[in-house]
Design a protein around this ligand. Structure first.
Ligand code: 8DG
Ligand code: MN
Ligand code: MN
Length: 417
C-alpha cells in the first residue's frame, strides 16, 4: 500500500523482535540523538533500574525500524514505546533544536564519562570516581599510581589507544579464520562462529566475539588448550578464563530483565589478543590465510624484547592480576591489541547461545520480554523454559529458536535494534 500513512499501518508491531531493524535505516539522526539521551540516563542512574534509559532506547528502536523517514512527529501517533518525553524530543529535533540534548552534549561531565567508560573494565561508577579525583584525560588515569587493581582496567589503560580504535570486519573475519584453523587442530569437528555485531553485518565493533560448540560434546578442556596454542603463537596479551557456572536451575529460576542482565553461565575467556598488523591492514583478498599464520610465528621469533614481559602476561591470563601490565609504543611492535570474547556452549544449548551472542543487546532484551509477557516462558542463551509445563524446548537450528518463540525468523542483519 502506497502513501504516507506508515504510522497507522497495522503491521508495525510493538515488539522489536517482530520487526526488521536493519543497520541502514530511514531515521539515523533521530536514532542517534535518542541514544544520547539513553546513554546519559544510564550514566545518571544511581539505583540501576535503567527504566528511563530503556525508554529512550525503545523509542530509538522504533525509529530505526520505521518504514519511512519521520518528518512530522504525528507520524508516530499511536506507536508504542514513543512516550511523551521521546515525542517532545523528536518534535524539537525535527524543528531543528532540542535544548535538552544540546545541554547534554555540551556538558563536560558527559564528555568525560564517555571517555572513561570507553576504557575496558570501566563502568559508570569507576568513571564517576575518576572524575571526582579531578582527572580530565585518559593520560591522568594512565599516569596515576593509585589505579584499580582490576586487570581489565590496567591493561585497558595500557593499550587504550589500540582498543579505542574500532575493530574492522575484515580483521574480525581473518582472526576468526586463524582461530578456526588452530581450533580444528586441537579438536576436530569444533564449530567456530563469529557472533556479536559482525554477524549482524556491522562493519566495525569494539571487540571480536567467537562462539564455539562441539556436536559430540567433547568440548571440555578446549578453551584452555586454545589459549595455550595462541600464547605459543604470541597472540595473547591478557585475559581471564571463567568455567561454566551452568546448572539446570538456571533455565527455570526467576530472572530480572534489566538493562545489564545479559550475563550468562557459559565457560568463556574474555581478554585482549595481539593481532598482527599485517593481518589488520592488509588487503583481505590478497593475503592467504597461511601467510597470516606465518606472520604470527614471525612476531614471536623476531620481537625479542617481548620475552621479558611474557611471564607477566601469562599470570595475567590466569587472572591473579596484581602485576602491573607493560606498555609498548605502537610503533615498536608488529601487532595491535584487540578485545576478544571466546564463549563455549554445549551443543544442546548452541542455537540459543547463538541468538544470545548475536544480539543486539536490545534485540535480546525484547525477545526475552516478549517470551515472558506473551508466552509465559523464559528465554536465555541457555534455553527456552515453559513455566506452565516445566519443560525446556530444544532447538536444532536458529530458525527453530524463532519457531519455538512463535516468531517469524529475523535474519541477523535485521536484529540491529
Ligand atoms: P560491538 O562489540 O560491535 O560494539 O557490539 P556487540 O557485538 O553487539 O556487543 P557485545 O558487547 O560484544 O555483545 C555481544 C552480544 O553478546 C550481545 O548481544 C550481548 C550478548 N551476551 C550474552 N551473554 C553475555 C555475557 O555474559 N556478557 C556479555 N558482555 N555479553 C553477553 O548473550
Ligand atoms: Mn562485540
Ligand atoms: Mn563482546
Amino acid at each position: 500500500v502506497e502513501g504516507n500513512e506508515g504510522a497507522s499501518e497495522p503491521r508495525f508491531s510493538e515488539w522489536a523482535c517482530q520487526r526488521s531493524t536493519p543497520l541502514k535505516h530511514q531515521n539515523d539522526f533521530l536514532a542517534t540523538q535518542l541514544e544520547i539521551l539513553q546513554k546519559y540516563a544510564e550514566m545518571k542512574d544511581e539505583n540501576h533500574d535503567y527504566s528511563r534509559a530503556l525508554a529512550f532506547r525503545r523509542a530509538s528502536c522504533v525509529v530505526k525500524s520505521f518504514p519511512i523517514t519521520v518528518t512530522n512527529v504525528n507520524q508516530l501517533n499511536g506507536i508504542n514505546h514513543v512516550g511523551p518525553h521521546s515525542k517532545r524530543v523528536i518534535g524539537e529535533l525535527l524543528d531543528g533544536y532540542c535544548d535538552e540534548i544540546n545541554r547534554i552534549v555540551n556538558e563536560e561531565w558527559f564528555e568525560k564519562m564517555k571517555m572513561f567508560t570507553g576504557v575496558f573494565g570501566v563502568g559508570p561508577s569507576t568513571a564517576k570516581k575518576w572524575i571526582e579525583r579531578g582527572w580530565t584525560s585518559i593520560k591522568d588515569a594512565q599516569e596515576s599510581t593509585d589505579i584499580s587493581k582490576d586487570w581489565r582496567v590496567q591493561w585497558g589503560l595500557a593499550f587504550h589507544d589500540d582498543l579505542m580504535n574500532p575493530v574492522k570486519s575484515n580483521e574480525a573475519y581473518r582472526f576468526t579464520e586463524i582461530i578456526q584453523t588452530e581450533a580444528e587442530k586441537i579438536l576436530p569437528g569444533i564449530v567456530v562462529q563469529l557472533t556479536g555485531g559482525f554477524r549482524r553485518g556491522k562493519h566495525q565493533g569494539h571487540d571480536i566475539d567467537i562462539l564455539f560448540t562441539h556436536p559430540n560434546g567433547e568440548e571440555t578442556g578446549f578453551l584452555p588448550k586454545l589459549l595455550t596454542r595462541l600464547e605459543k603463537l604470541n597472540m595473547v596479551l591478557c585475559g581471564s578464563h571463567e568455567s561454566s557456572s551452568f546448572h539446570e536451575k538456571v533455565l527455570s529460576e526467576d530472572f530480572k530483565l534489566t538493562a545489564r542482565g545479559q550475563l550468562d553461565h557459559f565457560e568463556k575467556w574474555l581478554g585482549i589478543c595481539k593481532l598482527p598488523k599485517d593481518l589488520v591492514s592488509g588487503d583481505d583478498a590478497q593475503i592467504p590465510l597461511s601467510n597470516g599464520l606465518e606472520k604470527c610465528t614471525e612476531i614471536k621469533e623476531n620481537v625479542d624484547s617481548l620475552d621479558d614481559y611474557e611471564p607477566k602476561a601469562k599470570k595475567q591470563r590466569k587472572c591473579h592480576g596484581d602485576n602491573s601490565p607493560f606498555t609498548i609504543a605502537t610503533s615498536e611492535r608488529d601487532w595491535i591489541a584487540r578485545r576478544v570474547d571466546f564463549i563455549m556452549s554445549p551443543y544442546s544449548q548452541y542455537y540459543y547461545a547463538l541468538v544470545g551472542w548475536t544480539g543486539s543487546k536490545q534485540f535480546n532484551r525484547d525477545l526475552r520480554l516478549y517470551s515472558q509477557k506473551v508466552l509465559n516462558r523464559k528465554l536465555t542463551s541457555h534455553g527456552f523454559y515453559d513455566f506452565t509445563t516445566g519443560k525446556t524446548l530444544p532447538a536444532n537450528s536458529e530458525t527453530e529458536v524463532f519457531e519455538n518463540l512463535n516468531l517469524q525468523y529475523q535474519h541477523p542483519k535485521n536484529r540491529n535494534c
